[in-house]
Design a protein around this ligand. Structure first.
Ligand code: ATP
Ligand code: MG
Length: 420
């Protein structure tokens, strides 16, 4: 008989390791929740046109990696490859930017889909936590986001990562630079596809990983030397704010990143223990995106951190998160009457907020105690006919093996005391 397998480039999150994924999502979200960001959730798919315009027709994401399809009703949709375009679309649709309360600060967490060549750290279904601050141009906002991402990683115990920082200029200075770069690139020995890229998205050529290309890029004009005064000042302020916050970063004049819509501040978090899939997160300012998708001018900044790669980074640094055991108390009934009574106690304990589980399926004592130990519980609650006849249950400390008889109606209090 054949069994099904997860589709190529995907994997399942299963216990116990899935608990680490949840904890990572939580660790990334916590500083955002604490800094005025509200939770947003958008559909897993959107009109394909939103991404074509919002991510950029010339990006790998749109040309190669998107899961686009037509519905039975003829709608052209795509599974979301990233979160920024959807978030901005939703904010505009709900008029969040009209409340006179800018910036609109939002965070999200979910699944994203890209048709990529699967390898370690690169999947077709992956998970991101992201943040967007919409509608304000203020270097402190760019700095805030970088500081918060840094705080998330630090709170997980990560230290082997670096922050790469660059400015991509704005609509004043970037076109001048773009033309200069194109002139330079047209004089190089490049393949057909790369030559085409020079015409549509020349900055991406700087990002080419091939040695043969990188060699020729020595001496290429650098955006840094073309930034207008406003961009220079803005960037300098972001750098100063980060330094004042004690957040170390590296200037990386070649950092361009994959999305077309970035302007000014752009950054990437790279982890040095991950091999070639080293980017654990990235983001930047996207002042023109709102207009590109039909909205008003809304200068914005955001990032997305990859949950999968962050988990790999934890593994690379040998960090095991200190997660509380899922179960504190495990109830083991011996016989039918005990089953009924202990099941009632389990419900009572759960209502009292104590994580409790039960030996289902009429297991014998030996088996049930094995399950109790496996559950990670600190305490077992064991009762047979004789205990019940006396109005008692046995409370057993699974670490010390010590056992005490407890009155039935004192179970919740005694358990609480024992766990405290
Ligand atoms: P890369 O250069 O590695 O392809 P990217 O620039 O495409 O990354 P972004 O679009 O900026 O990545 O997404 C932000 C983060 O999401 C990345 O830093 C990474 O941690 C994660 N990520 C992106 N694509 C994938 C993928 N296919 N599998 C797992 N994680 C991913
Ligand atoms: Mg990519």
């Amino acid at each position: 008989m054949s069994t099904f397998q997860a589709p190529k480039g995907t994997y399942d999150l299963i216990p116990p390791s899935s608990a680490t994924y949840l904890a990572v999502r939580e660790a990334i979200a916590a500083p955002l929740r604490n800094s005025g960001y509200g939770y947003i959730e958008t559909p897993g798919f959107e009109n394909v046109e939103l991404f074509a315009r919002g991510v950029g027709e010339s990006t790998d994401i749109v040309t190669k990696e998107m899961y686009a399809f037509e519905t039975k009703g003829g709608d052209k949709l795509a599974l979301r490859p990233e979160g920024t375009a959807s978030t901005l679309r939703a904010a505009l649709e709900a008029n969040l930017h009209k409340g006179g309360n800018l910036p609109v600060k939002l965070w999200y967490s979910g699944s994203y889909y890209r048709y990529e060549r699967p390898q370690k750290g690169r999947y077709r279904h992956f998970s991101q936590v992201g943040a967007e601050a919409i509608g304000v141009e203020d270097p402190a906002l760019d700095a805030e986001l970088i500081i918060l991402a840094n705080q998330s990683y630090r709170s997980l115990g990560l230290s082997d990562f670096r922050i790469l920082l660059n400015s991509l200029g704005d609509k004043e200075c970037r076109p001048v630079y773009r033309a200069a770069l194109q002139d330079f690139l047209r004089g190089l020995e490049l393949d057909e596809e790369t030559r085409r890229r020079i015409e549509i998205n020349p900055l991406r050529v700087l990002d080419d990983k091939r040695e043969s290309v990188q060699e020729q890029l020595i001496g290429a004009p650098m955006l840094r030397d073309y930034l207008c005064e406003a961009c220079k000042t803005y960037h300098e302020q972001v750098r100063e704010l980060l330094t004042a916050a004690g957040v170390a970063f590296e200037d990386d004049p070649k950092l361009v990143r994959g999305l077309d819509y970035y302007t000014r501040t752009t950054f990437e978090f790279v982890h040095d223990g991950l091999g070639s899939q080293s980017a654990v997160g990235g983001g930047g300012r996207y002042d023109g995106l709102s207009e590109m998708i039909g909205g008003p001018a809304l200068p914005s900044v955001g990032w997305a951190l990859g949950v999968d790669r962050t988990v790999l980074a934890l593994e690379a640094e040998g960090i095991t998160l200190d997660l509380p055991a899922a179960t504190s108390v495990y109830a083991v009934p011996l016989g039918e009457e005990a089953r009924r009574v202990l099941f009632g106690k389990v419900t009572e304990l759960r209502l009292a907020g104590v994580a409790t589980d039960f030996a289902y399926g009429g297991k014998g004592l030996k088996n049930a105690m094995k399950s109790a130990n496996r559950s990670g519980a600190r305490l077992a609650l064991v009762a047979g006919e004789r205990d019940l006849a006396e109005g008692l249950v046995q409370l057993k400390d699974l670490q010390s093996g010590e056992q005490t008889a407890v009155a039935l109606d004192a179970v919740v209090d005694e358990v609480r005391r024992a766990l405290a």
